[in-house]
Design a protein around this ligand. Sequence first.
Ligand SMILES: Nc1ncnc2c1ncn2[C@@H]1O[C@H](COP(=O)(O)OP(=O)(O)O)[C@@H](O)[C@H]1O
Ligand SMILES: [Mg+2]
Length: 378
Amino acid sequence: MKWGCFCYCSPVDEDKEQPSVIKVSNSTKEHQWEVYSLKELLQATNNFHEDHKIGEGGFGSVYWGRTSKGDEIAVKRLKAVTMKAEMEFAVEVEILGRVRHKNLLGLRGFYVGGDERLIVYNFMPNHSLITHLHGHLAADVLLDWPRRMNIVLGSAEGLVYLHHEANPHIIHRDIKASNVLLDAKFEAKVADFGFAKLIPEGVSHVTTRVKGTLGYLAPEYAMWGKVSESCDVYSFGILLLEIISGKKPLEKLPGGIKRDIIQWVTPYVEKANYNDIVDPRLKGNFNKEELKNAVEIALRCTAKPEKRPSMIEVVDRLKNGIISTHKKEVMQVKDCLDVSEDQYTIEDYEDEEEDEDTDYERFQSRAKRNWDELKIRY
Ligand SMILES: Nc1ncnc2c1ncn2[C@@H]1O[C@H](COP(=O)(O)OP(=O)(O)O)[C@@H](O)[C@H]1O
Ligand SMILES: [Mg+2]
């Protein structure tokens, strides 16, 4: 294992503004990461043994491991070195190499060689938020109200760093429950920077191909690929409602009709019936003021782009409990896509289709119809 400086030539991406040469400097002490040897990572993960697998995503699999020094690590392994996967790897390594914040999963190291692309992180013993909300730990109810609010605040602070403190600014583009990991103290660590974008100073938004996850996508981004910090704000608003309610961002109702979490929450808010929004697993143990404030913030985050707060404002409101005096704006965001899996990414969707372009166009036009409906209502 050695300390190093990494210069990685990535393949051409359809998103032109993404850099094609990745340079990650490792000069300052607090930004240190390691270039691991393949041998060390094979030993740590017992040759990427199935029993060590802790996660699966679009990129590949994530394995638990223990280094020769005894540290627990998580190793993300690219499943195939395709151009798209290699770009995600390069983007994640570049961005993680730049960031350092208590609420962001930092880069511990990586390995590049032959057909192997590996990213090494600190192991997060309490898994991802999705495991607690909808996965195998949901029944244990380890996330009480204070923990939930602390995770919300931590995730928001991680986003403040990305949007306002990192230089250039970073838009995550895939904020969702499976990308928020929890450390031993249940502190939030925002993870998975494979779709992230660097935004040069003075640029308000960039237009890109749509990546992300259904149910969390801001409508203007889903339709026109317009990406700015406010797209992350929107996804954060959805995540906030998900954390409060324990509901999934998209729900399939009997008869196959789909309902998003905004549509679900709206009638409760209109009747000021906040208590029924809370996850019933909490058995009524929550703070009413915090709840009202959090729902209010979530609705503001999912309003029209120009009405959304910045993440600085969100953190301020979460900390100070200031309830907005603005008129409540409840947006009925319809399903943009007709798919059955709520954890489906647009990328996955494209991969499954033979005629990717045609289907993408169909998606865009359906999303546009929904947007037009919205505009008529407001
Ligand atoms: N550092 C880690 N500690 C514990 N689990 C992790 C860690 N990194 C990833 N995981 C698990 O692996 C899953 C996929 O990781 P992620 O970085 O989101 O990759 P992908 O790009 O494939 O979605 C996460 O949802 C989580 O369950
Ligand atoms: Mg992920």
